[in-house]
Write a protein that binds this ligand. Structure first.
Ligand code: NCD
Length: 290
């Protein structure tokens, strides 16, 4: 399949090529694809991913088609495959999909148009991983040996799962932290107070309330005290260490409100980099390189 479904199938060199192209776009390099059209099919809510893909299309001279899930034939029961096949027949040049089903793209193997995964269930979110890596690369200039803690609702987080796989491959020392209710085998466990002292990157994750089958075992206040990045914890971070979060953020739960905008936070830079990463993956796909 063409496009970008997961980073698992890309080599380290291919991942670096995407980041380098995104950095070129950030420095002002431009390219245009006149006459091309793309569509965002978001079966789950999204602000950053959806609109930064749209922004990336516009920056590349591509016309984005608007798709409204509620008023589309999905509401009549049309399947993902039939919806995608429809847009392919209409003649779009690329399709961005976010869906609650893990690895939804298995059903789309016969589709020829490039597909960009905007997040699948709790499994993967490749453009988020790339923009996180770009942010880390801009900060440190390398990956090998950096210590990163993924903190929070690990088991429900596609960002944790996607990031951990690639970060390990790039030679980073990956840890997870958070409540045992949300733990899985993604990486070795570290207590949050140790993580803030040791790690170069604290990669916070949103508590994924909408995916929980059972209620959280502790209150939001307890979560913040035990597993949240408080002002006091930030004071114990290494001088050059940074804070990341894919957002949306739950202020007062996984992150103190003041911390979101403190000097260590790269949360808004991540959003900015997301546009350049999406420009890079669309460009490479339209050039036949992805
Ligand atoms: C993430 C997502 O949707 O997976 N957000 C994003 O894409 N920026 C994380 C989240 O929703 O918690």
């Amino acid at each position: 399949m063409r496009g970008l479904l997961t980073l698992k199938s890309l080599s380290q060199q291919e991942i670096m090529d995407i980041i380098e192209l995104a950095i070129r776009f950030k420095k002002g390099w431009t390219i245009n694809f006149p006459g091309k059209k793309m569509v965002n099919l978001f079966y789950e809510n999204s602000t950053r991913t959806q609109y930064s893909f749209q922004m990336a299309m516009i920056n590349l001279g591509i016309t984005p088609l608007s798709f409204n899930l509620a008023s589309s034939s999905v509401a009549k029961g049309e399947t993902l495959y039939d919806t995608v096949r429809t847009f392919e027949s209409l003649g779009v040049d690329g399709i961005v999909i976010r869906h609650s089903q893990d690895v939804y793209y298995r059903d789309l193997e016969s589709i020829k148009v490039p597909i960009f995964n905007g997040g699948d269930g709790s499994s993967d979110h490749p453009t988020q991983t790339l923009l996180d890596l770009m942010t880390i690369y801009e900060e440190f200039g390398y990956f090998e040996g950096l210590k990163v803690a993924l903190v929070g609702d690990i088991s429900h987080s596609r960002v944790a799962h996607g990031n951990a796989e690639v970060m390990k491959r790039l030679g980073m020392d990956v840890y997870v932290s958070g409540p045992s209710q949300f733990a899985d085998q993604t990486a070795k466990f570290i207590e949050l107070d140790d993580a803030v002292e040791k790690c170069d990157i604290i990669n916070l994750l949103r508590v994924q309330f909408e995916r929980h089958q059972e209620e959280m075992q502790i209150t939001k206040e307890e979560y913040h005290e035990r597993y949240g990045l408080t002002v006091a914890r930030v004071a114990n971070m290494k001088p050059k260490a940074i804070i990341m979060h894919p957002a949306p953020i739950n202020r007062g739960i996984e992150i103190a409100s003041e911390v979101a905008e403190c000097s260590k936070s790269r949360i808004y830079k991540q959003m900015e980099n997301g546009v350049y990463i999406r420009m890079a993956v669309i460009t490479m796909a339209l050039e036949g390189r992805l």
